[in-house]
Ligand binder design. Structure first.
Ligand code: FES
Length: 108
């Protein structure tokens, strides 16, 4: 069992062994944007600021080598390897059941 800590709110979510970060967030009521759930679209990309994780197999077009170096990961495939994984997502006071990703342009 690992813990996922949301930054900057500091809120925590339990992540059972074998579960992805996306699955753990959803189970706790946080709606991280996602689409393919298979490491192919990049919709679930967020920055991991502390801790280690297994990214699993994802496509470079969804997560580039440069993005990996910057600490980004695809949470639909990411599984924590450390006791705590700190991810940059949400606001200082996130609400469950809503998306917090700021969009700078329409998606269509
Ligand atoms: S939901 Fe498509 S890459 Fe994660």
């Amino acid at each position: 069992m690992s813990v996922i800590r949301l930054h900057p709110s500091g809120r925590t979510v339990p992540c059972p062994d074998g579960a992805t970060v996306l699955e753990a967030l959803e189970k706790s009521g946080y709606a991280l944007p996602n689409n393919c759930r298979a490491g192919a679209c990049g919709e679930c990309k967020i920055k991991v600021v502390a801790g280690r994780f297994d990214q699993g197999f994802v496509l470079d077009m969804a997560l580039s080598p440069d993005e990996r170096k910057q600490g980004f990961g695809l949470m639909c495939m990411a599984k924590p390897l450390s006791d705590e994984l700190v991810v940059e997502w949400g606001t200082p006071t996130p609400n469950r059941n809503c998306s917090h990703r700021a969009r700078t342009s329409p998606t269509w």
